[in-house]
Design a binder for this molecule. Sequence first.
Ligand code: PLP
Length: 392
Amino acid sequence: MRTVYLDHSATTPVHPKVLEAMLPYYQDEYGNASSLHRLGRNARLALDQAREKVAAALHARSDDIYFTSGGTEGDNLAIKGTAFALRDRGRHIITSQIEHEAVLNTCGYLEKNGFEVTYLPVDGHGSVGLDDLKKAVTDQTILISIMHANNEVGTIQPIAEIGALARERGIVFHTDAVQTVGKIPVDIKDLNVDLLAMSGHKFYGPKGVGAIYMRRGVKVSPLAHGGHHENWKRAGTENVPGIVGLAAALEACVAEMEETAEREGQLRDALQKGIQEKVEAVRINGHPDRRLPGSLSVCFEALEGEALILSLDLKGIAASTGSACSSGSLEPSHVLKAMGIPIEIAHGSARFTLGRSNTREEIDYVLEVLPDIVERLRTMSPVRLSKSDGEA
Ligand code: PLP
């Protein structure tokens, strides 16, 4: 059966150049980057070159790039590391209600350990308000952590403005850029960030490897203690093939960014328009303009998102839903809830995230099968469409 993969915000296949770059470091160049012999020195050189490439992509200094196991570790290091380093200065952290669990649950952990966390609301498009942020700042605030773009609805936050405000007040600013690095321009200087986490597998790199930018002088306590790796910030033998792969992926994505974003944006718009034309009672989530080019979140009224995703899967289409099935009860997405979308509508959410290899023909195929699936599921649904949206 054909596969139409529209779940690139969950993960991506590796870019053709990535596997090629990684293979030698599994086979011939398998040295430990801490070893003094030739194989070790070659591994070290590969790490140095990878660091240079990541730094170049972000317009950062290579000494400010540290490799991690992915976005979750980067967010933990940024948030807990700052909290532990600055706990004597203050114990207040500001984040938003729509962050990824890697941020929300890390903040929850800190709340249980003596810190106070403010979760900023968002507007109907999923944007954080600067006025809300200003009001939340206290003389105890040590860290602001706001994601660059949301993984579910794709809304891009005003990071540069938030960063400027944080800098003015002497507060450390972290951004979870897992969904933006490699997709849209991420320039450390423009964004006014102190800490920025990314993840290789979201931009056609391997899984289980990431990086964090930590601006020189910003105090962050390490979470893993051990050897001198990553300048004492993250102990453990480096994942050389993974790091080489991450850097190759980022280099390729940056080189192709403009073209990819343009194509993805056109296909996403075609999918959005087609859904709006062919299916009644749908709602598009996220900011109309300040949104990731390949991101499309849709609520289909009077159906369950899970049922839709499973039906699409039977047709070879891979998408995802914002709601999660936990212990038999359907929890609607915390992101849609924070955006003020009624729970019964949030239950019918689906996320389509496009990538570099999607085609117009694939989008046409989705638009061919989707309306029938929606209609069938709605006839089985106990919930009826409201009159204003048309008779069900
Ligand atoms: N932050 C965001 C916004 C994400 O979308 C994800 C993954 O979905 C993560 C963090 C976690 O990244 P990783 O899978 O590399 O741990």
